[in-house]
Write a protein that binds this ligand. Structure first.
Ligand code: NAD
Ligand code: DAU
Length: 359
């Protein structure tokens, strides 16, 4: 039987990588991609499927009940994977409103419409149905020098972004405990790889190097993140959807704790090798320390024992391999990022939005 996935936020970074992953992994599949096309949603990330009979794009908002209801009634998904979110911490500091609307209210509407649909399914279809909510390790707050986040760590979010994600996790859990919706939740560490919007640390640094712009390192650059190659995250999500226990949370991490400054220096060194700039001794000369992010969490580190023990998932990419692959991807996909960086992107984004709305 053909499996129908409703992927929300499939035009963003992880959602589009997940669609590529599913297309490679599953044989008999339909993917319905519901995306609002915010600044972070780019149809070019999934343009390979524009005319593919296994793929449908719906321009819509997870917070729009009527739209979500129509999608359920028309496509009858067996799996919902909710990537749709406002995802950038710095933007949540300068303007938290969209984070509340999409991450909290939007998730609520999506959960509610999923439940209404679920209640009408036959028993065997209810058995098969899954709602997979994608979340972040940032809900656990900040670690000091020691310790790891486990699935039992108390939530302690610092930024409007992480507070909104924490809220959405609680809602997803409540829809399982109170209403019986078959929810799965994953909390993942920092992802990197192809199609990441160049506001996030790794793509921003790669592109600033190529454009010989300053590399802004917040504070003293000693903050630590646990980095995971995006394809490994997609694989973990897939394993949880296939074999995860309903109502459970799984932490996903790369076991790759690295200080920000070291990340930036590594990118500089790789580019010195792949694309040396005759005007610079090293790209490291572009590193510039700037004012710290308010409420900047010091360290994230995931204990991923549960997903390893219960589902056999381990990451396949070392950071050394993943970061070289990522730098190469940005070097080989200049039109993708030049377009975004040119400023024409916002025009295009408004046009894609308007023309889709006119349909
Ligand atoms: P992204 O910003 O690249 O993409 C978000 C996508 O969601 C975009 O396509 C956007 O258009 C869409 N969207 C936003 N609001 C919407 C709405 N109301 N309705 C429908 N679509 C909407 O984000 P990302 O980095 O791919 O993150 C995806 C998910 O993974 C998020 O939930 C995020 O919290 C989570 N996450 C991200 C990371 C990371 O390192 N990037 C790590 C762990 C978890
Ligand atoms: O941990 C998972 C989270 O990782 C996800 O939930 C978020 O969606 C994702 O954006 C990411 O959040 P971070 O805030 O950790 O990612 P970001 O790439 O913005 O920053 C990584 C680190 O680098 C962080 O300590 C801040 C620092 N930084 C970031 C930027 C953009 C800089 O020093 N300079 C920069 O210009």
């Amino acid at each position: 039987m053909r499996k129908v996935y409703l992927v929300t936020g499939g035009c963003g970074f992880i959602g589009s990588n997940f669609i590529h992953f599913l297309m490679k992994t599953e044989d008999d599949i339909t993917i319905v991609n519901l995306d609002k096309l915010t600044y972070a949603g780019n149809l070019k990330n999934v343009e390979a499927y524009a005319t593919d009979s296994r793929y449908v794009f719906i321009h819509g908002d997870i917070g729009d009940r009527n739209c979500v209801r129509d999608v359920f009634e028309t496509y009858h998904p067996q799996v919902v994977v909710n990537f749709a979110a406002e995802s950038h911490v710095d933007r949540s500091i300068s303007g938290p409103g969209d984070f509340i609307n999409t991450n909290i209210v939007g998730t609520y509407q999506l959960l509610n419409e999923s439940l209404n649909y679920f209640k009408e399914l036959s028993e065997p279809d209810q058995e098969r149905f899954r709602f997979h909510h994608i979340s972040t390790d940032e809900v656990y707050g900040s670690l000091g020098d020691d310790g790891y986040f486990t699935e039992d760590t108390a939530y302690d979010p610092s930024s409007p972004y992480s507070a909104s994600k924490a809220s959405s996790d609680h809602l997803a859990r409540a829809w399982y405990r109170t209403f019986g919706l078959p929810v799965l939740i994953t909390n993942c560490s920092n992802n990197y790889g192809p199609y990441q919007f160049p506001e996030k640390l790794i793509p921003l640094m790669i592109l600033n190097c190529l454009e010989r712009k300053p590399l802004p390192v917040y504070g003293d650059g000693q903050n630590i993140r646990d980095w995971l190659y995006v394809d490994d995250h997609c694989d973990a999500i897939f394993q949880v959807i296939q074999n995860g226990t309903i109502g459970e949370t799984y932490n996903i991490g790369g076991n790759n704790e690295i200080r920000n400054l070291e990340i930036v220096q590594t990118i500089c060194d790789i580019l010195d090798e792949f694309r040396p700039n005759p005007k610079l001794k090293s790209y490291r000369d572009l590193i510039t320390f700037v004012k710290d992010r308010p409420g900047h969490d010091f360290r994230y580190a995931i204990n991923a024992t549960k997903i390893k023990t219960d589902l056999g998932w381990v990451p396949k990419h070392s950071f050394t391999a993943g970061i070289r692959k990522t730098v190469k991807w940005y070097l080989q996909n200049e039109p993708w990022w030049e377009f975004i960086r040119s400023g024409e992107y916002l025009n295009y984004y408004c046009k894609q939005y308007r023309s889709l709305n006119a349909v």
